[in-house]
Design a protein around this ligand. Structure first.
Ligand SMILES: CC(C)(COP(=O)(O)OP(=O)(O)OC[C@H]1O[C@@H](n2cnc3c(N)ncnc32)[C@H](O)[C@@H]1OP(=O)(O)O)[C@@H](O)C(=O)NCCC(=O)NCCS
Length: 175
């Protein structure tokens, strides 16, 4: 974007006041979380939410510090938490609750009236059917069809999605 890189986050405190920052870390949401925690030490810095103008929004709430890419569809009355990253062409169903620090990859579809809880990772092109809840820091593998609730911290993949591997591996390469 042709902005100069001025230095580490600590420089923000000494040089800048009342500015907005964009945290561009995606994919590894633990790293994104640690950057948020460091930025929160500087009370006069605010987290900007970026929403691409093509995003289809109907009566939704969106928290601070989110990045919502092109052609995302947000169904009516869904709620997006803070510091989430929603990649291009994903769909969030109506009345669905997305927690903080959630990552949704391209072309994933999250059905209506479910929830994706804090830190969960929804892989490329996966489908979470309506009314399903994906637990905190869970991982849904690419191309999965999720028919049942996913336990916190677990990894599921396949059709139908089932627990298969240890969590936290190969989640991304998204940044
Ligand atoms: C689910 C996932 C996290 C597992 O990663 P991993 O622990 O490194 O797993 P491995 O690659 O070692 O695969 C283990 C087994 O699971 C299978 N597997 C892995 N991911 C799978 C998936 N999404 N669907 C079906 N099978 C899958 C592998 O084929 C392998 O099977 P095998 O033991 O019979 O050979 C990962 O494969 C994945 O889907 N990550 C999401 C990537 C993504 O969407 N990134 C977003 C970029 S914008």
């Amino acid at each position: 974007m042709n902005y100069p890189v001025l230095g580490s986050v600590d420089l923000l405190n000494s040089k800048l006041r009342d500015c907005y920052v964009v945290n561009n870390i995606a994919g590894d949401m633990k790293v994104r979380q640690s950057i948020v925690a460091r930025l929160n030490h500087f009370p006069r810095i605010k987290h900007l939410t970026l929403v691409h103008p093509s995003v289809d929004i109907e009566r939704c709430s969106i928290g601070q510090g989110c990045i919502i890419q092109e052609q995302v569809v947000l169904g009516g009355e869904c709620s997006i938490g803070n510091h989430c990253v929603l990649y291009a062409d994903c769909v969030i169903g109506h009345e669905t609750t997305i927690g903080d620090l959630v990552f949704v990859a391209n072309k994933a579809i999250v059905g209506a009236r479910g929830s994706i809880r804090t830190g969960a990772f929804i892989g490329l092109g996966s489908v979470v059917i309506p009314y399903v809840h994906v637990g905190e820091w869970a991982t849904v593998g690419a191309g999965s069809i999720v028919l049942r609730d996913v336990a916190a911290g677990s990894t599921v993949f396949g059709n139908p999605a089932r627990a298969g591997v240890q969590p936290g591996i190969a989640r991304a390469e998204a940044s």
